[in-house]
Design a protein around this ligand. Structure first.
Ligand code: PLP
Length: 478
């Protein structure tokens, strides 16, 4: 294979400090086979795992360390996607691990209704300090989708408690993703996940996305995103009476193929929501905790949403936890005599679990004691420089980046803008090539992306970019 790009072939090295004993291939394949007898995997056509075809081999993982995952043969994979965007400071992080172990010895769980514990109190105090000004109340759940359900119900219920009973719809953006439970699914608009369940879903209003991939040739991100507020304003004007909230993923539509937009849109949207008396829900589940370069994406627009949903990186990728932050006006609209029936009667069994809160506190402690954002800035620059050349590839439509998220969009015909047919599954070739080379790259459709843990080194970024570049060659050579 010849490529016009400088490419280094990297060899796998076994983790230093790994036990060294040889685990046979057959043990690994035996685990794989046992898995497939009973485990039904998420977001997967299980037929892809059928032995023989090996469209996707099942890979049992034995251990992790930093950015690396290691299988039972001692083969390592650089976790370029942070285990579905959750991991921030590497696998087997000693600070987070020991915080959980310590918590484990005193209190593993207690229900959060009527009872409380120190980790959830401290975490709430810290989140209020770190998130945009004005967010003072923390409501917990145990995964991202549930946080979205909480925010949607709270917004609806707030308006209900204000006597605005006709407000019961939501505005969402095209190509948005907010999770998989029925409410969250309805609020998103990635057709691949949503279409089949449409008969079960509440009806939402969908506004065009400020996604800058769609900008005119020569148009700046800012000018495109600014323009795209117009159709949103029109919808708000039309529906102000019956809409509770607009829900958005600030700056990056991650599951929607890492499409990105300019912070100006958030600023203009905040103004429009205020003008028309509609809540703004910021789903920072994927982009929160430094992913876009700032601790929270909303900071780049200087806005405070009415609801901010956090999960994924909240615990550093250790344990399931999510939280919805809101402001006093929302809280007060529920605060009344019990018999008024204005309370928010929503709960999950593991709401505010102490172990998960301890992991979150340890994660925030790393942000507080290490120059994470500054260090990331160097990595962000490096990633930008190293992916720059890919822009000229004949089958790359765009290389885009917001902080620690960098995406490369492959295209069939750069001149006409014709996309590759999704049925060709070209991203899968990159996935296979990555695994062979020792990188966990998991393209979404025709988009390869990097969203690595923050403990990645510049050399490891080089390795990822080289591997992805080779993969793109393989995926686009016919
Ligand atoms: C992952 C994600 C969710 C859903 O979180 P889960 O914990 O997977 O339910 C919601 N919104 C965004 C933006 C996400 O990336």
């Amino acid at each position: 294979m010849s490529t016009p790009y400088p490419v280094t072939i990297w060899h796998n090295v076994t983790l230093s400090g790994s036990s060294g004993h040889v685990v046979s291939n057959s043990f690994q394949s035996d685990l794989g086979a046992r898995d497939l007898r009973h485990v039904w995997h998420p977001c997967t056509q299980m037929r892809d795992h059928a032995p023989g075809d090996q469209i996707m081999p099942m890979i049992p993982i034995r251990r992790g360390e930093g950015v690396w995952l290691e299988d039972f043969n001692g083969k390592r994979y650089l976790d370029a996607i942070s285990s579905w965007w959750t991991n921030l400071f590497g696998h087997a992080n000693p600070r987070i691990g020991s915080a959980i172990k310590q918590q484990l010895d005193s209190l593993e769980h207690v229900m959060l209704a009527g009872f409380t514990h120190e980790p959830v109190i401290r975490l709430s105090e810290q989140l209020v300090k770190l998130t945009p000004e004005g967010l003072t109340r923390c409501f917990y759940a145990d995964n991202g989708s549930s946080a979205i359900e909480v925010a949607a119900k709270m917004s609806f219920h707030y308006w209900h408690n204000q006597g605005k009973h006709q407000k019961r719809r939501f505005i969402t953006l095209e190509n948005s993703y907010h999770g998989e439970t029925l409410g969250a699914l309805a609020l998103g608009s990635v057709e691949l996940y949503k279409q089949i369940y449409q008969p079960l879903l509440m009806d939402v209003i969908t506004a065009p996305s400020p996604d800058c991939f769609n900008r005119e040739p020569g148009e700046s991100w800012e000018s495109h995103s600014r323009k795209m507020i117009q159709p949103m304003r029109k919808l708000l004007e039309q529906h102000a009476e019956d809409v509770c909230a607009v829900i958005i993923e600030p700056l990056v539509q991650c599951a929607g193929s890492m499409r990105m937009y300019h912070p100006i849109y958030l600023k203009l949207l905040r103004e429009a929501c205020d003008e028309f008396g509609v809540h703004l829900i910021a789903d920072e589940i994927a982009v929160g905790f430094g992913r876009t370069g700032t601790l929270f994406a909303c900071e780049q627009a200087g806005i405070t949403p009415d609801f901010m949903c956090l999960s994924k990186g909240l615990t550093g990728g250790y344990l399931p936890l999510s939280v919805v932050l809101t402001h006093e006006a929302v809280y007060q609209a529920f605060y009344d005599e019990y018999t008024s029936l204005r309370a928010f009667l929503h709960s999950h069994s593991y709401t505010g679990n102490p172990l998960a809160c301890a992991a979150a506190l340890a994660t925030l402690d790393i942000f507080a004691t290490e120059p994470v954002i500054e260090r990331n800035f160097q990595l962000i620059q490096h990633l930008r420089q190293r992916t720059e050349a890919l822009k000229d590839h004949p089958h790359v439509a765009e290389v885009r980046q917001h902080g620690m998220i960098c995406a490369i969009e492959m295209i069939k015909n750069k001149q006409t803008g014709e996309a590759y047919d999704w049925r060709e599954r070209r991203g899968l070739r990159i996935y296979h090539h990555g695994l062979k080379q020792g990188a966990l790259l998991r393209p979404v459709g025709n988009v390869v992306y990097f969203m690595p843990p923050y403990v990645i080194t510049p050399q490891e970024i080089d390795f990822l970019v080289d591997t992805a570049t080779q993969g793109i060659e393989l995926a686009t050579c016919d």
